[in-house]
Design a protein around this ligand. Structure first.
Ligand code: HEM
Length: 117
C-alpha cells in the first residue's frame, strides 16, 4: 500500500507541476494583460482533484490519519481554481486579477499542504 500511496503523491506532484507550470509560463503575458488559462492548467487542476481524492481513500484504507480540515480547505481552494480555469478555458485573454488569483491560490495550496502538519 505504501508504494501505491507514494505513487499517487508522485502523480499529485505532476499535477502541481502542470497547474503551476501552466501559470508560470503565462506570467509575462499576464503583465501585458494577454495571459490565458491553458490546457496544462486545466489538466493539472483535474489531476490534483483525482489524485487528491485517491490519496484520501488510500490513506484511510491504510489506517493513516488524514487531516480532514486541511484536506477540506485544500479541496475548497482547488474547486475555486478548477471552476475558474474550466469556465474561462476558451477565452483568448484572461483578466489580469483573475489570472493572478489562480496562481496565488495554487501557491497557497502548496504551502497549506507542506506547512499545515
Ligand atoms: C492545487 C491543489 C493542491 C495542491 C497544490 C496540493 C499539494 C500537495 C502537496 C505538495 C502534497 C505533498 C506534501 C505532503 O505530503 O505533505 C500533497 C499531499 C496530499 N494531498 Fe494535495 N494538493 C492539492 C489538492 C488536493 C486535494 C483537492 C486533495 C483531496 C481532495 C488533496 C489531498 C492530498 C492528500 C491526501 C495528500 C497526502 C497526505 C498529506 O500529507 O496531507 N490535495 N498535496
Amino acid at each position: 500500500m505504501d508504494v501505491l500511496i507514494h505513487l499517487f503523491v508522485g502523480l499529485h506532484i505532476i499535477g502541481i507541476a502542470s497547474l503551476l507550470g501552466g501559470f508560470l509560463t503565462q506570467m509575462s503575458a499576464m503583465g501585458q494583460g494577454t495571459a490565458r488559462f491553458n490546457r496544462a492548467m486545466l489538466h493539472g487542476a483535474l489531476t490534483m482533484l483525482v489524485t487528491g481524492v485517491a490519496l484520501v481513500g488510500l490513506n484511510q484504507a491504510d489506517d493513516n490519519t488524514v487531516n480532514n480540515i486541511k484536506i477540506g480547505v485544500k479541496l475548497a481552494i482547488l474547486i475555486v481554481i478548477l471552476g475558474i480555469v474550466y469556465v474561462k478555458r476558451d477565452e483568448e485573454k484572461a483578466e489580469k486579477g483573475l489570472f493572478a488569483a489562480v496562481g496565488g491560490l495554487t501557491v497557497a495550496n502548496i504551502f497549506i499542504a507542506v506547512l499545515w502538519t
